[in-house]
Design a protein around this ligand. Sequence first.
Ligand code: SF4
Length: 326
Amino acid sequence: MIPRPPMVKIAISSCLLGEKVRYDGRDKYNPRIVENLAPLFSFIPVCPEMKMGLGAPREPMNLVRPRDGRVELVTVKSKRNLTTLMQAVCEQTMPELARACVSGYIFKKGSPSCGIEGVPLYNEEGEKVDEGSGLFVHALRSFFPNMPIVEESDLGSIEVLISFAEQVVAYEEWAAIYADGFTPTRWGSFHSRYKMKLLAHSRPHLTKMGKLVAQGGGVGFEDRLQEYGQVLFAGLQVPATRKKHTDVLYHFYGHIKSIASTEERTAILSSIEAYRQEQESLRSPWLALKEVLQKYQVSWALKQSYLSPGPAALWFSKEGRGIVDR
Ligand code: SF4
């Protein structure tokens, strides 16, 4: 077995952690991300531009698209082309991130290196002609096609924070099994554990995943695994809704209704209904169900990633206690 890291790791633009690495010598510390995610994940700070040896402060740079369609990294005033240097940093850094078992990445918005989208592209005359993604992000997407990535500005709500955390935890588990070697049996048990989670996000994705798993091993196994990974992480990006969560909660309820006491059943049903009617947060029925499932040792349910701690802990964070709209 490949040893698993003790805490799931997320790479993050160094400036968001308070490191003074920006072109102007300042940082872009984001206390909300750090406070909410630090209890769950360990951060790996990365500043591609510092890795290029440019220091801080440094001359700012832009993405430039000459007429041949390439995208280049060029300093604003001195017009120094840094594209080759950035490519070298990318080639060095991606394997380092893989060795560190990084399972997600939070990027600083708008940077010609770290921006995921909406980064201005200029022509050689300095006119804005389009928008794109930073060169480092582009390389990361090619190297880790399924890795959850997000811009810090998109983590504005606790719901999106939880969704990102769920994707990261799933990626870590998926990547660890992948590195260790998937077998049809391991695949089947992974799929079983993630059924309720996917149901809360996207039934069509779950159905597609189920069809791939049903084909088992043999010819085309690796291709099916690859496709499964793409569908899994696309499915987890579909927002979970109150209605879908309610369906999942009732599904769990179905597993205890013949074994729980009348009082337990009544309490759970009223909690689910209060959640459905927007009078309760998700954590109330989630907690009530989990307690009863544990009491009666419903093993299928207890193995569900939907009920694992981790991202769910965010519902109990200072910010998460206020959630009523999931
Ligand atoms: S946005 Fe990226 S390249 Fe710019 S300072 Fe932050 S980590 Fe460094």
